[in-house]
Design a binder for this molecule. Sequence first.
Ligand code: ATP
Ligand code: MG
Length: 525
Amino acid sequence: MLATLVTAVVEGLQGALVRVEVDVAPGLPVCQIVGLPDAALSEARERVRGAIRNSGFAYPAQRITVNLAPAGRRKHGAAYDVAIAVGILVASGQVAASGGDWALLGELSLSGEVHPVPGVLPMVHTLARAGARRVGVPAANVAEAALVEGIEVEPLRGLDDAARLVAGPRGRRAARASRAAPVAVSGVIAAGATGSAPLVEAGPPVDLADVRGQAAARWGLEIAMAGGHSLLLVGPPGAGKTLLAGTIPGLLPALDDREALEVTVIASVAGLLGPGDGLRRGRPFRAPHHTASYAALVGGGPRLAPGEVSLAHAGVLFLDELAEFDRDVLEALRQPLEEGSVVVARAQGTLRFPAQVQLVAAMNPCRCGYFGDPDRACTCAPGDPERYVRRVSGPLLDRLDLRIEMPRVRPSELLLGPDPESSAAVAARIAEARARSLARNGGRLNARLGGRETVELGRLGDPARELLAAVAIRRSLTARGVHRILRVARTIADLAGRDPVDTGDVLAAADLRDPAAAARPGLAA
Ligand SMILES: Nc1ncnc2c1ncn2[C@@H]1O[C@H](COP(=O)(O)OP(=O)(O)OP(=O)(O)O)[C@@H](O)[C@H]1O
Ligand SMILES: [Mg+2]
């Protein structure tokens, strides 16, 4: 007897429909899976046999053929287990299937439990659009599945739940997922990308009240967060670079609806949504370790998963110890930083994942960490500090809008005096400045403006324009350099509620981009 069930696969950020056809016929007891399965899927045979036996059903001692259609699409992962097992139960007459408007997703354990799978949100979205009215998903994935409108979501804990769902209303459990505020999933997924990777998962954010001294770095961070500008912190060990970066999650406003959906889909495909995780509202802050591989950072690997640069989409990618990262990995980040998306190559073509990230990086000035320190001698050999900085390529450094030198904190600053301003106060100013720029720039932060728009929307007063021209000549700035200074100056003015941008804003922005030039005598305009 033949049974046909509907399930889905995820490719990039999009789901695609897969039909599971199961034929159980007299013959030698073998089970064959055809239709471009990968290794994990070929192992479904063993999981399905164990799950059927251990859920109180009989595994048919007949010839079982499982066909996954369309045959041209490569199937990967273990999300088809439940559909294959139920297909065998239907085809062997142990479960009577009612109607055809349901679909099943989930991985089985040998004991018959249903385990969560990555990509449930985009897969359920695809199933709903294809006309499925009910979908059984692993209980741990119910919250994300419930974000999709127009489809009933049933939690599956074990194979017997799936069998009851398929058998029809009388056998079904009454449990229904509580639906979160519905959102328009379609736009995002249609525009649409993910995998898990090693990372330093952020703990609770550090409060700025705990970061003492470092006035320049605090100010630079505020500007960067208000305008979406990229930021490099340079300083000796223990200056507080990692500490300061830890305040970032507490300074950024929540995601808007569209961003929240994009971030949630990416997290779903990466398998990073936990049970009960619905729509993600917190802005991503990803801090991959410097030993992270190319695939972990950029995306790809056997599962074609999104990398850190996509997991940080709409948020901040923090590269601590920048000079320790593999050079090829850093080079690979240039394209996503420029384009806001990343292309992952695979055998049958390419996939594109979103990657609109704000880059924040930290590094020591040299290997020993004390190059340029007024009180402590650098122990590196001559030429070593330059070589150390050159490990990070010039074109990447050129893409960093702000470069802040963080000296050691003075003991008096560390131990005496009142507590510095808290994150809440700074976050409020950042939110206000962001609102100003979003309203003026058609929904974009200043860092996202193109060259010409920067000049048009920057609203530069005449004296500021003349000053910028003079700085550009004296410092031999490229066009990119001029536009970057202007964007940062615009943000400094936005933070102060100033319009138009004045000469002080331009000077401050120029010095934040290149502190060394600011320090050279005669070069400050
Ligand atoms: N400005 C500061 N205010 C308060 N505490 C600080 C400050 N700077 C450093 N500390 C203390 O020192 C610890 C180490 O600082 P942190 O890890 O941020 O240094 P770092 O600049 O990242 O050094 P490295 O270059 O070695 O990575 C912090 O956890 C904190 O306890
Ligand atoms: Mg550090």
